[in-house]
Design a protein. Structure first.
Lengths: 233, 409
């Protein structure tokens, strides 16, 4: 599903060049649930940005679902993001004046789905994250966990190939974190490919595979026995 | 473009920042208000000028003979041209569809005497049509008619000042007054809005005076009005044809400027029109400069709004919003604020003008108003202004990197 070969990325910091990613090779099959771990400055966010087509690599190859991702125009990148990727952010990033339903329907809007159809679809996804009765509520009326579940519904609404979650539990307490991870695991059970960036060990162990980044290189890549989050909920 | 989501977003941002929206909107509304008021004032001035000239029929042409300056068709230069009665018939026959009213004028002076009162006055011997061409208002009695003309009747229509001078408080109608010792019957008294001198005039039938002065058929001047539906171009074209025809008839060189004079009132209006066009251009110029201040204000606020919404725009981009869609959103919001507030300014100006405009009636300024074309122009200007105001913020928004939305830890 995702294939990266010898990926390099450096940032220009004044006169110094900061080499963030120093040759990453990584492959993820469809249906995988991968945790990307590392301390801050390890390059995990940069990697996620490149995977999310929010940033370009300096060199190396990136193939997503058989499509080479290289030298994209802004418009093309937007189209690919919409088609291939669903984002889940640490701070949810819901649009605060839109109801839960409208937030979930937003990626469908950018896909050009007619209003009625996208509302029906958005409602289905809200139902899947257990928030159907909260559809008309604004994000400010939801708890942190509920917000993240809305964000997950939004990420899934466009039926992307890969879900990218950047510290999805970073702003949540542990009980809510497990609830969210439970949801992510269930989505993964249905066959969705999910990448989770985290620095929390317990969250990482709820994935099926852990990739450790350190100083811009992958130092460890191992399959783990998944800890089901359900038991903590 | 006209989809509910975009409008929902626009209304939301406006609602969240009511004071800010009001303040920015005010600058544009105010600019449009001033622009419309300036244009209305120019209109008012134009109306005032037009009113001044309305004393005479605005579709009138005066033809006056002169002295040739060039030798032509075997005649030497310096020949005096004399119009005669048949010139009128000739013009009538040549332009049956163009001419509305036509009259000759025969100028002379007379000393008038009634009992012990005497005075010296200008006499204009004319045809009945002259009343319409000069817009003479007869307050007592009647004007000269066809019968007077055929009978060469010694009748006179006298100006109000003449009546006051000679008759004092007496009613002049039906009285006989002596012009150069010949008795004329007063059949009417007229007033003229122009000035007192215009009321020190006596009208008499042209045929009567031609007989008195040696049985001639001479006339001093020809006045006529043309079809009032003609616009300026048609009017000028007609007077040009008339001039060519009269020059040919009197064997004047076509390029001779002094052989005869054709004075078309439309030309005066042409001058006034160009004068008010300049005024209007100045009005529009000043209005635009003020509008630019408003546009800059809106642009400024929009840039600020975009900065505030950077994160939201980043999220939208991450969700697949194309740069064009973001630009559209910002532009539409900008156009919406400018158009709405501009229309409010326009409505205010309109209401004020509708309320006080018709009451303003001075010689140089009357009934300032806005025409439909002004409103349409203002609307187009507003939409363009909205695009201009939104352009820089929209570009800024389109350049927002979605990375910004992610790097929030």
């Amino acid at each position: 599903m995702i294939e990266i070969k010898d990926l390099h990325k450096s940032y220009q910091m004044g006169s110094n060049s900061l080499h963030v990613l120093k040759g990453i090779n990584f492959k993820a099959e469809a249906g995988e649930l991968v945790a990307i771990m590392g301390s801050s400055g390890s390059g995990k966010s940069t990697l996620l940005n490149i995977l999310g087509m929010l940033d370009g690599a300096d060199s190396g190859e990136y193939t997503l679902d058989g499509v080479p991702i290289k030298d994209l125009s802004e418009t093309k990148a937007a189209q690919y993001r919409n088609k291939f990727l669903g984002f889940i952010f640490q701070s949810f990033n819901l649009i605060n004046y839109k109801s839960a339903l409208e937030n979930v329907a937003l990626p469908l809007y950018y896909q050009g789905v007619p209003r009625k159809e996208r509302q029906e679809k958005a409602l289905q996804y809200l139902e899947r994250v257990g928030l159907k009765e909260w559809a008309t509520h604004l994000p400010s009326e939801l708890s942190g966990g509920q917000k993240q579940r809305v964000a997950i519904a939004r990420a899934m609404a466009a039926e992307p190939k890969v879900l990218l979650a950047d510290e999805p539990t970073g702003a949540l307490d542990s009980t809510t974190s497990y609830e969210v991870m439970d949801l992510i695991q269930k989505i993964n059970d249905e066959g969705n490919t999910i990448l989770v960036v985290t620095h929390e060990e317990d969250i990482a162990h709820m994935c099926k595979r852990i990739v450790h980044l350190k100083d811009g290189v992958i130092v460890e890549d191992k399959k783990v026995n998944q800890v089901r989050a359900e038991q903590y909920v | 473009m006209f989809d509910r989501d975009i409008w929902q977003e626009i209304f939301n941002t406006l609602k969240k920042n009511k004071l800010r929206t009001f303040l920015t909107g005010f600058s544009v509304g105010w600019a449009i208000f001033i622009l419309v008021m300036l244009l209305a004032s120019v209109n008012g001035m134009q109306n005032g000028f037009t009113g001044q000239f309305n004393d005479d029929a605005t579709n009138s042409i005066f033809v006056r003979p002169g002295t040739t300056a060039k030798a032509h068709a075997g005649f030497e230069a310096g020949r005096r041209i004399q119009f005669k009665n048949d010139d009128i018939d000739y013009i009538k026959q040549s332009f049956p569809d163009d001419i509305e009213y036509i009259s000759a004028r025969y100028y002379t002076n007379t000393s008038a005497k009634y009992q012990s009162e005497t005075g010296s006055y200008r006499v204009q011997a004319v045809h009945p049509d002259h009343q319409v061409i000069e817009k003479t208002i007869v307050t007592n009695g009647r004007y000269i008619n066809e019968a007077d003309l055929i009978n060469k009747a010694k009748v006179a229509v006298i100006g109000r000042k003449v009546a006051e001078d000679l008759f004092k408080n007496e009613d002049p109608l039906g009285k006989f007054v002596e012009f150069n010792n010949l008795p004329f019957k007063v059949i009417g008294v007229f007033i003229d809005e122009g000035d007192d001198n215009a009321e020190r005039v006596i009208y008499a039938p042209v045929s009567t005076y031609q007989r008195i002065y040696g049985n001639t058929n001479y006339i001093s001047q020809i006045l006529l009005t043309y079809n009032p539906t003609y616009d300026l171009t048609q009017a000028l074209e007609f007077s040009g044809k008339l001039e060519d025809l009269m020059k040919r008839r009197h064997k004047i060189a076509p390029d001779d400027q002094s052989g005869l004079f054709v004075w078309n009132y439309a030309e005066a209006f042409d001058d006034i029109s160009s004068f008010s066009a300049v005024l209007r251009a100045i009005g529009i110029g000043v209005g635009f400069l003020i509008l630019i201040a408003g546009i800059v204000g809106i642009g400024n606020i929009m840039v600020f709004t975009i900065k505030e919404r950077t994160k939201e725009i980043g999220v939208r981009k991450a969700l697949g919003a194309r740069p064009r869609q973001i630009v559209n959103l910002v532009l539409l919001e900008s156009i919406f604020i400018t158009t709405l507030s501009g229309f409010i300014g326009l409505m205010f100006a309109w209401i004020i003008l509708a309320a006080i405009g018709p009451n303003i009636e001075t010689p140089a300024f009357s009934n300032p108003n806005v025409s439909a074309s002004t409103v349409i122009t203002a609307t187009i200007v507003l939409i363009v202004a909205g695009v201009m105001a939104g352009l820089i913020p929209a570009i800024k928004a389109a350049n927002v990197k979605p990375i910004v939305a992610l790097s929030d830890k």
